[in-house]
Design a protein around this ligand. Structure first.
Ligand code: HEM
Length: 147
């Protein structure tokens, strides 16, 4: 079982900072993908045929779902595992999750400005590590089962 300890304080920081970003979530996800593709041009190829406006809104909804589920994050495990398995089909590799995590934190820092600090960073990193950990684990599980 994959568990992460996310303190009440960390949950409050993530909830508060995400609420600030919701009104500009389209700009936020635009900027996130821009940063990701600038740093990792190979990753951009995975989105070759993708409608990026639609993708941005799906990502914003996924973040929103996770943020709102924080008090009972374990209940999201099956959904996140399924999301991770779908990502194998999209051509996503293990290491790509680090690239996405870095771009996410950088974009959060950019949009939050003075509200960004080590505590906020650590709270978001904990959430991202939890979510991406489940997705990654689900992605490799079938390979393990196949021996
Ligand atoms: C916490 C991490 C992530 C979350 C929450 C997330 C979320 C999503 C969501 C909600 C979708 C829509 C389709 C679906 O639900 O299956 C999607 C599609 C996709 N994601 Fe992610 N993702 C994550 C990590 C990644 C990473 C690391 C990559 C690789 C760089 C990636 C690449 C893609 C691609 C290529 C698609 C398909 C786009 C298309 O439909 O053309 N994602 N992601």
């Amino acid at each position: 079982m994959y568990t992460t300890s996310l303190s009440n304080e960390q949950q409050a920081l993530v909830l508060r900072t995400w609420s600030r970003l919701i009104p500009s979530s389209a700009e936020f996800t635009d900027r996130f993908y821009h940063r990701l593709f600038a740093a990792h041009p190979d990753v951009a190829q995975l989105f070759g045929g993708t409608d990026m406006a639609r993708q941005g809104s799906r990502l914003a909804h996924a973040i929103d779902a996770v943020v709102n589920a924080m008090p009972r994050l374990d209940e999201m495990t099956p959904i996140l595992a399924e999301l991770g398995r779908r990502h194998v089909g999209y051509g996503v590799r293990h290491g790509d999750y680090d690239a996405v995590g870095a771009a996410l934190l950088e974009t959060l820092a950019e949009f939050l400005g003075e509200e960004w600090n080590p505590e906020v960073e650590s709270a978001w990193l904990t959430v991202y590590t939890h979510v991406s950990g489940i997705m990654r684990q689900a992605a490799v599980a079938p390979l393990r089962a196949a021996g």
